[in-house]
Ligand binder design. Structure first.
Ligand SMILES: Cc1cc2nc3c(=O)[nH]c(=O)nc-3n(C[C@H](O)[C@H](O)[C@H](O)COP(=O)(O)OP(=O)(O)OC[C@H]3O[C@@H](n4cnc5c(N)ncnc54)[C@H](O)[C@@H]3O)c2cc1C
Length: 407
C-alpha cells in the first residue's frame, strides 16, 4: 500500500486543488444534499455542469460520453479534494454512480448515446427501482411483473425506498418476467420515463422531517421493448452490475474528522470538573473513534493504490460502509449527550454547530441500511474476503412461483 502520493498523483492533486479554489461555489450547500422535495436543485445542477465542462465530472468516463477520459486514481483524488469544499448536494449520485454505468455496460448503443451526456451535465437525474416490500436485501425476490404485450411490455407492481424518485427523470427498473424459473433467472431490466402514464410516486416522510425516498406504484405502465436493458431473463446479471457500482460509490463515505469536532464541542462545554473534554470516559471514546477513522483512511489508500495499479477494488470495500455508518451514529449520540437540552433542537439557527450532529444522528440509521445492511455487508466480508462458509440459500433452485410468500 502507498501512503503518500506518487509525484504524478501529487501534481494532479495540486492542479485539482487550484481549480477547486478558483471554481467551487463559495458558501455552497444551498440545495438539500439528499434532494428533499423542498430543496432547490439549481445550485447542484450548476456545479455539476461546471465540473463536466472542465472534465472533472465522471473523470473516468470516455470524453465521447461527456466524461474526463481520466484514470480511476484521478477520480479518487478529485473526490478527496472536493470533500474539503462546501459544495451543493449531489442528486446525480445514483444516476452517475449506478444507473447510467449500468446502461453503459449492458445497454444498447442508442441508449448509451442518448443517456450518458445529459446525465454527466446534470440535465437528467436517475433513480434505482430495485427494492420492494417483498425484497430489499434480497433484490432477486422482486415481484413487480412485466408481461409481454405484442411488441412491448406492461408493468404492474410496487417499489419502495426509491431515493430521489420524486425529482428523477428516468429510473432503472428490475422486474419479474418469468415466475416459472428460479428467482435469479426470471428477471428482466428496463429503463423507464418517471413521468410516463402508469407511474405514481408517493413520498415517504422520514423522522428527520425530510422526504428523500418514495414508494413508486406501476399500474399498466407500457414499455417498448427498446427500453429493455440486457436480455430477457438476464435482469439479475444486469442488477449485479448496478449493485457492484453501488457498493463502490456508497462505501467511500468515511466520517472524516467528526471526532475532532466532538472533541472541540467537549472542550467548549464546562462541567463542575472542568471542560467536558477532560472526562476520561469521553477521551477513551474519542481515541477509539480516531483509531477507526485512521483505519478508514488507510482502507481508502488501499483502494486508491489498487486503482493506481489498474486493479478493481474488491469486496473488502464493504468494510468502509460498515465502519463509517456505525461510527457516525456513535459520535452523533455522544455529541447530543454533550449538548444536553440543546441536543433536542434540530433548528440550525438554535442548535450548536448548526444542528449538524442532530442531522448526523437522524441520517446514520438510514446509512446503515442503504446499499446493503450491516448484516449483509458482514456476510459479504465473511464469504468473499475471509472465505468463510456461505449463507444458507434454500430458495436458490426453486421456481419463483413456488417460493412461499406468506400471502
Ligand atoms: C436511505 C435509504 C435509501 C435507499 N434508497 C434506495 C433506492 O434508491 N433504491 C432501492 O431500490 N432501494 C433503496 N433503499 C432500500 C435498501 O436497499 C433496502 O432497505 C436494504 O437493501 C434492506 O432491505 P429491506 O429494507 O427490505 O430489509 P430486509 O431485507 O427485509 O432486512 C431486514 C433485516 O434482516 C436482515 N437480513 C436480511 N437478510 C439477511 C441475511 N441473509 N443474513 C443476515 N441478516 C439478514 C437485514 O440486515 C435487516 O436487519 C434505500 C434504503 C435506505 C435506508
Amino acid at each position: 500500500m502507498n501512503f503518500n502520493d506518487t509525484p504524478e498523483e501529487a501534481a494532479y492533486r495540486a492542479q485539482v486543488r487550484a481549480w477547486l479554489e478558483a471554481n467551487a461555489p463559495k458558501g455552497g450547500g444551498a440545495s438539500d444534499p439528499l434532494g428533499d422535495e423542498a430543496g432547490d436543485l439549481g445550485p447542484a445542477r450548476a456545479w455539476q455542469r461546471t465540473k463536466a465542462e472542465a472534465g472533472y465530472a465522471c473523470i473516468t468516463w470516455p470524453k465521447a460520453w461527456g466524461g474526463g477520459g481520466g484514470a480511476p486514481w484521478q477520480a479518487v483524488i478529485f473526490a478527496q479534494e472536493e470533500a474539503r469544499f462546501a459544495t451543493p448536494g449531489n442528486p446525480f449520485a445514483i444516476g452517475l454512480g449506478m444507473c447510467v454505468p449500468t446502461i453503459l455496460t449492458c445497454g444498447n448503443e442508442a441508449d448509451k448515446e442518448r443517456f450518458a451526456r445529459p446525465a454527466v451535465l446534470g440535465e437528467e437525474i436517475w433513480c434505482q427501482l430495485f427494492s420492494e416490500p417483498s425484497g430489499g436485501s434480497d433484490a432477486a425476490a422482486a415481484r413487480t411483473r412485466a408481461v409481454r404485450d405484442g411488441e412491448g411490455w406492461v408493468v404492474n407492481g410496487q417499489k419502495v425506498w426509491t431515493s430521489g424518485a420524486h425529482y428523477s427523470d428516468f429510473g432503472l427498473l428490475l422486474t419479474r418476467t418469468d415466475p416459472d424459473v428460479p428467482k435469479h433467472k426470471g428477471m428482466t431490466m428496463f429503463w423507464i420515463d418517471m413521468r410516463a402514464a402508469g407511474v405514481e410516486v408517493r413520498p415517504i416522510h422520514q423522522m428527520s422531517g425530510a422526504t428523500n425516498f418514495n414508494e413508486v406504484y406501476f399500474t399498466d405502465l407500457r414499455l417498448s421493448d427498446a427500453q429493455r436493458v440486457g436480455e430477457v431473463g438476464e435482469g439479475w446479471k444486469v442488477a449485479v452490475v448496478t449493485l457492484m457500482n453501488e457498493r463502490l460509490s456508497v462505501g467511500g463515505g468515511a466520517s472524516g474528522s467528526s471526532h475532532t469536532r466532538v472533541f472541540q464541542l467537549a472542550s467548549d462545554i464546562a462541567t463542575l470538573a472542568g471542560p467536558a473534554s477532560k472526562d476520561a470516559a469521553l477521551r477513551e471514546k474519542i481515541a477509539d473513534w480516531f483509531v477507526q477513522a485512521e483505519g478508514l483512511k488507510y482502507t481508502t489508500f488501499r483502494t486508491q493504490t489498487a486503482l493506481s495499479r489498474g486493479q478493481t477494488p474488491g469486496p473488502e470495500n464493504s468494510i468502509a460502509k460498515v465502519v463509517s455508518a456505525s461510527l457516525m451514529q456513535d459520535m452523533a449520540n455522544a455529541a447530543l449527550e454533550l449538548e444536553d437540552q440543546f441536543g433536542l433542537l434540530t433548528d440550525p439557527a438554535l442548535s450548536p454547530l448548526g444542528a449538524s450532529f442532530q442531522q448526523m444522528l437522524l441520517s446514520a440509521p438510514g446509512l446503515r441500511i442503504a446499499g446493503g445492511t450491516d448484516e449483509i455487508l458482514r456476510n459479504i466480508i465473511a464469504e468473499r474476503v475471509l472465505g468463510l462458509p456461505p449463507d444458507v440459500r434454500l430458495d436458490k433452485d426453486v421456481a419463483f412461483k413456488d417460493i412461499p410468500s406468506g400471502r
